[in-house]
Design a protein around this ligand. Structure first.
Ligand SMILES: Nc1ncnc2c1ncn2[C@@H]1O[C@H](COP(=O)(O)OP(=O)(O)OP(=O)(O)O)[C@@H](O)[C@H]1O
Ligand SMILES: [Mg+2]
Length: 269
């Protein structure tokens, strides 16, 4: 069978019973064939200030516009900061909050670490803990969850990386069992898959996830800085594997240029 036919067959098979979600970030559609399979857990990673939060907030509001219920869990910025970011890009946050479609909620990572500790002692250190009470507000059943960021949660478990891993395993299990599509932000000082050795918590999270989207801070030899994006992995979807330009535009938000692959002498940071 011709390679292309074979690939098409694989794609059609993977489509059975599955629907896809396309984050409404202009240009991203060309990096996918159909989108992100619903129920996937997707890591959005990148260095400081590359645009992870804005990318996710934008995806979040557009999902609400399509009638999805979305929970944005922030371990970093207070709710009001997130609202003002959204306003700067002309998104009507309050409208969706009033409709009950959008819940922006700030969490304290140390509280999560303490709750996990308490639950683990209660369960006599068994691996199974119920993450729901310490994760999702009980009166809200989201279709999508955004977590900003796994890195903040991880640092609250300082010195207890085993517990963080247990928590992550349970979190991924919870998301899967409830068919929740999720975007999990991870801050990386260096892109984890180029050159650097990935180990420990980062590797565990990478293997647990269904997809990885990387946003880069690009540094050019002539001193110019740009941003770029790549879909590195997406289980169950044929992706367009290339690194393309991304811009953050005032009044508009994140825009991806799928026909502008990076050129010249640059370093990805
Ligand atoms: N109104 C705006 N117009 C254009 N660019 C903006 C605007 N607001 C913010 N930015 C750019 O977006 C960047 C921050 O994006 P964002 O907060 O999403 O990054 P991040 O990857 O989440 O960063 P961190 O690692 O600090 O959480 C800023 O560094 C700034 O350059
Ligand atoms: Mg951020």
């Amino acid at each position: 069978m011709a390679k292309e036919q074979e690939n098409n067959l694989k794609i059609n098979n993977s489509e059975y019973g599955r629907s896809f979600y396309m984050p409404a970030v202009p240009g991203i559609e060309k990096l996918f064939t159909r989108g992100i399979p619903n129920g996937s857990a997707v890591i959005v990673e990148g260095g400081p200030g590359c645009g992870k939060t804005i990318f996710c907030l934008q995806a979040c509001v557009h999902a609400c516009e399509k009638g999805k219920k979305v929970l944005f869990m922030s371990f970093e910025e207070p709710e009001n900061n997130l609202r003002s970011h959204l306003k700067m890009f002309n998104f009507d946050v309050e409208k969706f909050e009033k409709k009950g479609l959008l819940r922006l909620k700030r969490f304290n990572a140390l509280d999560i670490a303490r709750s996990v500790e308490a639950l683990l002692s209660e369960a006599k250190k068994e691996l199974l803990i119920d993450v729901q009470p310490i994760l999702v507000p009980q009166d809200f059943e989201p279709d999508l969850i955004f977590i900003d960021s796994l890195t903040s949660i991880s640092s609250a478990f300082s010195g207890e990386s085993n517990r963080f891993r247990i928590y992550m395993e349970q979190l991924f299990r919870y998301l899967e069992a409830n068919n929740i599509t999720s975007f999990l932000i991870r801050e990386t000082p260096h892109p984890t898959h180029i050159g650097t050795v990935v180990g420990g918590d980062d590797a565990a999270v990478s293997f647990l996830s269904d997809g990885i989207i990387v946003i880069y801070n690009v540094f050019y030899e002539d001193g110019e800085r740009k941003r770029a994006i790549e879909v590195l992995k997406m289980r169950g979807e044929k992706i367009n594997r290339k690194i393309v330009e991304l811009q953050i535009i005032d009044g508009k938000g994140v825009v991806i240029y799928p026909d502008k692959p990076l050129k010249g002498k640059y370093v990805l940071t």
